[in-house]
Ligand binder design. Sequence first.
Ligand code: PRE
Length: 117
Amino acid sequence: MTDQPMPGAEHTLDGDEEALTKLRALRGSIDNLDAALVHLLAERFKCTQEVGELKAAHDLPPADPAREAAQIARLRRLAADARLDPAFAEKFLNFIIEEVVRHHRAIAARPRPEGAA
Ligand SMILES: O=C(O)C(=O)C[C@]1(C(=O)O)C=C[C@@H](O)C=C1
């Protein structure tokens, strides 16, 4: 027998109460932040759903590339100030906008009653 730890055992927190307490506290904060993100996204999608209805009613295009470019530039600046990777912030916004545009297209494709605005 040797005194070597079991392979991988050096990565477990078994027996290290202080580390476990810290991990639990951090995970509690992560869970709260994830919940906040879900609520923020739900509110954002409520707004964009209304934008989609407005655009469809007035025959406006689902996507607005100029607006997106301005949003991305702004978000990249905010991310850099917050020490978040601007490339990640851009990817995240693009991911959301892609879904929004998909919703806008679905709304525009819905049959509209005759004479509707
Ligand atoms: O502002 C708009 O025109 C929207 O439709 C909203 C939104 C967004 O999710 O922020 C989505 C699609 C557009 O290309 C630009 C922005």
